[in-house]
Ligand binder design. Structure first.
Ligand SMILES: [Zn+2]
Length: 196
């Protein structure tokens, strides 16, 4: 199966010294209709590349300031950093073992799943059983599936009073919200897929 490629758009960059492109790509086979094409924007202009990037939103293509993109990336990496900080904190505080003891005291996988489902993303009961089997122990399952931000709910569940932990989870959720804010786009869109 091949891939069909085409130039969806070609036009001057923002400063006018170079060109911006939208390249289209789609699998080239009889069932291709069920796949939506994929688009990638690029510019040939060094100057503009330093100043802006691109974003597609609902079939419209916008330019977006590099400073916006950098800000978003920075917030994402701060969030990851905070997650790691929380994980280190809960391990050194013995909270992983505390959670493992609580879960091990339950009589069945179904009971564990019932307890965990509202606290941590545990999947369906079936996938939980499989994950537990592949982890080999409750402790290992916690290592693999419990993440930093889960500890705001888990601390409450375990009755842990730890203001440092609470502060960290609050910071993490703020950073997450910040990183999920939509980028401020430069209006108007320079190209739209909608032909109306
Ligand atoms: Zn330019």
């Amino acid at each position: 199966m091949g891939t069909e490629r085409w130039t969806e758009f070609e036009g001057p960059c923002l400063c006018g010294k170079g060109k911006d492109f939208i390249d289209g790509e789609a699998p080239d086979h009889p069932w291709a209709k069920s796949y939506s094409p994929h688009y990638k924007c690029r510019t040939t202009c060094e100057e503009c590349r330093a100043n802006y990037g691109f974003e597609e939103r609902d079939g419209a293509f916008y330019r977006v300031l590099k400073t916006e993109i950098t800000k978003k990336k920075k917030n994402e990496s701060k969030w990851h950093e905070k997650q790691r900080e929380i994980e280190e904190h809960v391990i050194s505080g013995g909270y992983h073992s505390q959670l493992a003891r609580r879960l091990n005291a339950l009589r069945s996988m179904a009971a564990m799943h019932r307890v965990l489902a509202p606290l941590v993303y545990a999947g369906s009961l079936n996938s939980f059983r499989n994950d537990m089997k592949s982890a080999g122990s409750v402790g290992e399952w916690i290592e693999r599936h419990v993440h930093g931000t889960d500890w705001s709910r888990l601390a409450e569940f375990l009755g842990i009073q730890d203001s440092a932990l609470q502060q960290k989870t609050e910071q993490a959720s703020k950073l997450w919200q910040e990183s999920q804010k939509p980028l401020e786009l430069l209006n108007p869109p320079f190209y739209s897929l909608r032909k109306d």
